[in-house]
Write a new protein. Structure first.
Length: 289
């Protein structure tokens, strides 16, 4: 009889940290600015979300099979919270839940968003898009607040502003990438407002209507970053560094979109090493004041 080897929590966390290091992101993942004991929890949450994202974006599989894969991922999540996981990511998630009290509901919300990635490729209104962000982005900030014991009504509200802004910045950065996958996150009502059609979009036509459309989206996203700013003074110093880095990264993406004169159909704005180093240097300098 073959016995399944169950990893220890430490080994499972190490697996999650390797996953976090292997994937490129614009924004910090399990940053060295976080305390070591918190970093492993962040890596576990990241690995959980990364795994679900890979299932949802497996383009060679039909939608039904991808949705089934997400159902199976949620079944593993249930095992993590009942204390019987065997998968390394879920061993780490189970340990994170026991040690920090993070709620299953926030992780389940992420899975709802990934299911929507499979089934929904257009959003008619901005409130529709915000509804997606409520599941896809905002749970991450709320989970961080739980990890640092600073979740209350005000911090959660401000964190939602920040996470939604980050999600939107990522959408505006990846317009060309998402379009190649058949997805569009620019609300259709906004396209109508600026006289930009889906035919223009599929032709990748960068005209004045498109530039004004993207300027509108960028400015709206900047307003959300502005609204989230008070959050930085309501959390502890170590989390404040991480959030400040993330905010600067998001704003830098928006600045690059502006610098490209809003042409995100033929070019993808990317933060290079020097830009990231500058963001880190400025954040550390501000933190020493």
């Amino acid at each position: 009889m073959t016995m399944t080897r169950i990893l220890s929590p430490d080994m499972a966390f190490a697996t999650c940290e390797r996953i976090a290091r292997q994937h490129y992101e614009n924004f910090p993942v399990a940053s060295l600015l976080l305390p070591r004991e918190k970093r492993r929890y962040v890596a576990a949450i990241y690995a959980f979300a990364r795994g679900a994202d890979d299932i949802a974006d497996e383009g060679t599989l039909p939608p039904g099979e991808r949705l089934q894969g997400l159902d199976e991922w949620e079944a593993l999540l249930d095992q993590a919270f009942t204390g019987s996981p065997e998968h390394p990511i879920f061993i780490a998630i189970g340990a994170t839940a026991r040690e920090t009290g993070i709620p299953r509901s926030l992780l389940a919300a992420l899975l709802r968003a990934f299911r929507r990635d499979v089934t929904t490729h257009r959003y008619r209104t901005f409130p529709d898009l915000l509804g997606y962000c409520e599941d896809s982005a905002n749970p991450i900030g709320r989970l961080l607040l739980h990890l640092f014991d600073c979740a209350d009504e005000r911090t959660v509200r401000l964190s939602d502003y920040l996470c939604t802004a980050l999600q939107l910045a990522n959408f505006w950065q990846d317009v060309s990438v998402d379009l190649a996958r058949g997805r569009l996150y620019i609300p259709l009502e906004d396209c109508d407002r600026f006289g930009y059609t889906e035919r223009d979009l599929t032709s990748r036509r960068v005209n004045e209507s498109f530039r004004r459309l993207m300027q509108f989206e960028v400015e709206r996203t900047q307003s959300l970053f502005d609204a989230a700013t008070p959050l930085l003074m309501l959390v502890g110093r170590r989390l404040r560094f991480e959030l400040a880095l993330t905010v600067r990264g998001g704003r830098a993406i928006l600045a690059m979109v502006e610098k490209l004169n809003y042409d995100v159909l033929t070019k993808r704005p990317v933060l290079g090493f020097r830009a990231k180093l500058g963001i880190l240097a400025r954040t550390l300098k501000d933190g020493m004041r």
